[in-house]
Design a protein around this ligand. Structure first.
Ligand SMILES: [Zn+2]
Length: 390
């Protein structure tokens, strides 16, 4: 957009758009832009035109247009308010045969997001477009772009593995609907707000569909991709001194950002999390916010956990990750005493918190019922290093 017209190119500055695309119909038979189609016609010189109106104010980075020889396959989604939205997968004629899986997923992820308290998609049309050579995928408002293998199967044949990036990208881009599009980031340094929450939503959707084992792939990605990046790049999730957004598109922003939000959810519990999420969207809908605006909503929803929330939120600004050692101190008469100790060398002033879930399994792999978990030593922070378990 900034190459087309003068504009205030910031994620917090929103405008409504009315766009008319004019082109040679033999070269560009299909013209698409954000929003709803409100007019079309042919000029005296033979060129055709299509007008689009996007009444939802959006920042420049969510503007998109595409023109070419394109075909589409469609389905519909009915929102929880009873509004019908047309969904289209758009691609070149030779690719469009692989649209079925994405079309199956789109209404599913939309319904799932609405059930989490998300605002339903706000236009009558939502298009996912396959663009050969496009880097990954982007959540442009109502007209999202995807590298073809992240949206379409190969109609000549595919395996389950080929569906993994489609599942990940279709859910990720749609989940930006509220996590980034309805609520944008106050500035690019707050990128983790939209990407961390969206990656977390994407993984929740995967676990809902495939069970708790859906988390395994995320942990693999975190260890394989984010851990080494954090060592070599040495940057925290929030880099307040960085002004070039390109430097912020890292695995740390996405994966570790999601993991910190997930820890915060472990601290407050799912009920308070949902309450905070809904309150956050209501407060900032069609506006912009930062990571700590969300943290503040959590503090409001779970005031008794404020210290723990702040303790976990410090991870947003800290480079590195915790190492926790668990050792058995005694085990007799059905009472197991263990100590959990931080063994990393991260700074602890003020202390950072780590929520820890505990479960026990017998040698046969069966879960052992735990009658009571005491945490006196931890609660009183009897260790020299500040260890906190919740
Ligand atoms: Zn994203």
């Amino acid at each position: 957009m900034r190459r087309i017209v003068y504009c205030l190119d910031r994620p917090s500055v929103r405008s409504t758009y009315r766009v008319t695309l004019v082109a040679d119909p033999t070269q560009y038979p299909v013209l698409l832009c954000n929003g709803d189609r409100v007019g079309e016609g042919t000029l005296d010189d033979g060129r055709h035109w299509v007008s689009f109106s996007d009444p939802i104010p959006k920042p420049t980075y969510l503007f998109a247009l595409v023109a070419g020889t394109l075909e589409f396959r469609s389905t519909t989604h009915t929102t929880n308010e009873g509004r019908r939205i047309n969904l289209e997968v758009v691609a070149a004629p030779e690719l469009i045969g692989g649209a079925a899986y994405a079309l199956e997923l789109m209404p599913e992820v939309m319904a799932w997001d609405e059930a989490q308290g998300g605002v339903p998609h706000d236009l009558d049309m939502l298009r996912f477009v396959a663009i050969p050579g496009y880097p990954d995928a982007t959540e442009y408002h109502g007209l999202m772009f995807f590298e073809p293998t992240t949206l379409l199967t190969d109609s000549a044949g595919y395996t389950d593995d080929d569906l993994v990036p489609i599942f990940a990208n279709v859910s990720h881009e749609y989940l930006h609907q509220v996590r980034g599009n309805r609520v944008t980031v106050a500035d690019w340094q707050q990128l983790a707000l939209k990407e961390g929450l969206t990656v977390l939503g994407q993984h929740d959707f995967r676990e809902q569909r495939y069970g708790a084992s859906g988390r395994i792939q995320f942990v693999i990605d975190l260890r394989r991709l984010q851990f080494p990046e954090e060592i070599t790049v040495g940057a925290a999730v929030l880099q307040l001194g960085v002004t070039d957004p390109a430097q912020l598109y890292t695995r740390t922003t996405y994966f570790k950002g999601a993991e910190i939000f997930r820890m915060l959810r472990s601290v407050v519990g799912s009920t308070a999390w949902r309450q905070a999420f809904v309150a956050f969207i209501e407060r900032f809908d069609l506006g912009s916010a930062g990571v700590f605006d969300f943290v503040n909503e959590l503090r409001t929803a779970a005031p008794l956990q404020a210290e723990a929330i702040d303790g976990v939120a410090r991870w947003f600004s800290l480079v590195g990750r915790p190492v926790v050692a668990a050792t058995t101190e005694s085990h007799a008469e059905g009472v197991l005493t263990m100590s959990l100790t931080r063994t990393d060398s991260l700074g602890d002033d003020p202390p950072v918190f780590i929520p820890i879930d505990v479960a026990f399994f017998g040698a046969d792999g069966a879960a052992i019922e735990v009658v009571e978990v005491g945490s006196a030593g931890l609660a009183h922070r009897s260790h020299d290093r500040a260890v906190s378990a919740l």
